[in-house]
Design a protein around this ligand. Structure first.
Ligand code: NAD
Length: 263
């Protein structure tokens, strides 16, 4: 299952579901980083630093994990360099789009050579913060919370589940991939003693706003929100990334209709 995008010529591109999760989590990292950099760059005169601090469009951010994945596959296949034209053919993105996207970060290609695959892979990884560890806690250890904690691929790209919290006493002490589910009362002490970068919010919609506010009070700056509710958090340096699988289903439905109307 995945999200859909209508490509050139009306074809439908399926974005794998794992990408949807990875894209949203990476968007959180980039947004947190942009919030930080914006402050840090205010008096900076260095051009590269300014590029790092500028807002990158969501469309570019959405493509970064795809670049990373394709480059990883090329590396696995022993490919050392690639032109933007070849990369474009593989990814179904135009070569000029690739150049424009990468120019947001200073560009990495060389005229007449193309891109060094290893270098580009590592640089895109750094841009997405994948060279650093990001500790996640899951609030709401029900079906979705446990599924997220069970999904090992996040760890491979540096996103590590450090704790799970719930209010249901029957879940207390249950272990998910080596982590014991703790009760919500233990959250404050946990945050005091552990570095928490991201909180995944997988509680019912009615509980989500108050839980999210409490997370912000505890100093957590990134919320990966799965509850079907808009979180109106205090205007602080907090980033929220909403993940709504039903939205991507509706997008799929719309794109199916569009495809039908074209044929
Ligand atoms: P679930 O009922 O299995 O799990 C929710 C858990 O949250 C329960 O264990 C419950 O005890 C716990 N909880 C309730 N209030 C809490 C609080 N204040 N603090 C901590 N824990 C609390 O539900 P689920 O199927 O895992 O879904 C979780 C949430 O994710 C729901 O809001 C659901 O609508 C949403 N959801 C979103 C998507 C999506 O695509 N975004 C997909 C599925 C579910």
């Amino acid at each position: 299952m995945g999200a859909t995008e209508l490509g050139a010529g009306g074809s439908i591109t399926i974005v794998p579901l794992t990408d949807i999760f990875e894209i949203t989590i990476i968007k959180i990292v980039l947004s947190t980083w942009q919030v930080t950099r914006r402050g840090a760059c205010r008096s900076d005169t260095n051009q590269e630093e300014r590029n790092v601090g500028k807002d990158i469009s969501q469309a570019v951010i959405r493509r970064l994990p795809r670049y990373y994945r394709y480059l990883g596959e090329l590396l696995d296949g022993g490919v050392e360099r690639i032109s933007s034209g070849e990369l474009s053919a593989r990814m179904n993105v135009t070569a000029s789009q690739i150049r424009q996207d990468l120019n947001n970060f200073g560009g990495f290609g060389q005229q007449g050579y193309g891109y060094n695959v290893q270098h580009l892979y590592e640089e895109i990884g750094k841009i997405m913060g994948l060279n650093e560890r990001h500790n996640i806690i899951v609030i709401g250890a029900g079906n979705l919370g446990q599924a997220i904690a069970n999904y090992m691929n996040f760890e491979k790209i540096g996103f590590v589940i450090e704790g799970l919290f719930d209010i249901n006493p029957s879940l207390k002490g249950r272990t998910i991939r080596g982590k014991k589910i703790a009760m919500l009362e233990e959250l404050d002490a946990f945050v005091l003693h552990h570095k928490v970068d991201i909180a995944a919010l997988t509680v019912p919609a009615e509980s989500a706003p108050s839980v999210a506010n409490h997370l912000v009070e505890l100093g957590i700056r990134a919320i990966w929100n799965f509850a079907h509710v808009d979180l109106n958090l205090p205007d602080r340096d907090v980033v929220v990334e909403n993940v709504h699988l039903s939205d991507s289903l509706m997008q799929l439905s719309y794109n199916i209709m569009m495809l039908g109307s074209q044929s």
